[in-house]
Design a protein around this ligand. Structure first.
Ligand code: R2B
Ligand code: URA
Length: 289
């Protein structure tokens, strides 16, 4: 970890408000052995992932070490589980929600003395030229302006942060595919599911044509982008700035070159999500062995 805020040292108690935790609690007891923070959008997926980690790692390391399947802290905003050396936590949709979690989780790990965690975002996305169920490991985040930066106005001025990922880590993850349809590529991360992703099925007249949409999607593909979602840029920028090894592993729910609507059944969607979670589990196991 690097660039940790020096102002934290003068806080008598730090309230990690959205997690419902604070530094007057015995956080070390629960979190000191954390090695991986796995996050995804939904509370349900955070729970499913925690359960899978418990089942899979429990086989090797003894289930008794992976007992806790109740959420820790409050669940109003995020749902957080701790299973052995793994935190599984939801981050909501979009960069504003996720960066709140990233700040608070990083402070939490800093306070308990975990200075070298691995952060994995295990999410969903729209594929570009890939069918539903493929898994994309992000090489670099691209903004909606197709630039490799995360931009945030701070004190009235725009700041930009690079969005590249740790090359060694992402190659190690991609190598754990074991038969899954895994690809490495750039990921466009934007603030909108509809027009920001070039969809034609939002509520408002998009004021662009189908032809313009496809010109844009094909341009994205030619730049090396293989999927579109709503967090990769801020995630890459945060990890980069904090000196934390991180990766974005997203399953694709559809091929955006074939349509805009997500038409798969609940069961198909669960199977797609399972692919990205399985890749993350394969990687975590390979690190722990
Ligand atoms: C993928 O899925 C969500 C939108 O449906 C969003 O959080 C994302 O990045
Ligand atoms: N999540 C997104 O942000 N876009 C998609 O197309 C699918 C999931």
């Amino acid at each position: 970890m690097k660039n940790i805020n020096p102002n934290l040292k003068s806080l008598p108690v730090d309230y990690l408000y959205h997690l419902g935790l604070d530094t007057s609690m015995d956080l070390k007891k629960i979190f000191a052995d954390t090695r991986f923070v796995c996050m995804g959008g939904s509370a349900e997926r955070a729970k499913t992932f925690a359960q899978k980690i418990k089942n899979e790692l429990g086989k090797q390391f003894g289930v008794q070490h992976f007992g806790h399947l109740e959420p820790i802290g409050k669940t109003e905003r995020f749902s957080l589980y701790k299973v052995g050396p793994v935190i599984s936590v939801s981050h909501g949709m979009g960069m504003p929600s996720m960066t709140i979690l990233l700040h608070e989780i990083t402070k939490l790990l800093y306070y308990v003395g975990c200075f070298d965690p691995i952060y994995l975002r295990i999410g969903t996305s729209g594929g570009i030229g890939l069918p539903g169920g493929a898994v994309v490991v992000t090489e670099e985040g691209l903004s909606g302006k197709l630039e490799p930066y995360y931009e945030l106005p701070v004190l009235g001025e725009m700041r930009r942060y690079p969005t590249s990922f740790d090359t060694k880590l992402i190659h190690a993850i991609a190598a754990c595919g074991n038969g899954l349809n895994v690809h490495m590529g750039k990921t466009m991360g934007v603030d909108c599911f509809y027009e920001g992703q070039g969809r034609l099925d939002g509520a408002l007249d998009p004021e662009y044509s189908e032809e313009q949409k496809f010109v844009f999607l094909r341009k994205l593909h030619s730049l090396g982008a293989r999927n579109i979602e709503m967090e990769a840029c801020a995630f890459g920028a945060f990890c980069h700035r904090a000196g934390i090894k991180g990766a974005v592993i997203c399953t694709t729910l559809l091929n955006r070159l074939q349509g805009d609507q997500v038409t798969s059944t609940k069961e198909e969607l669960a199977a797609f999500s399972d692919n990205s979670q399985q890749l993350a589990i394969n990687f975590i196991k390979s690190e722990l062995l």
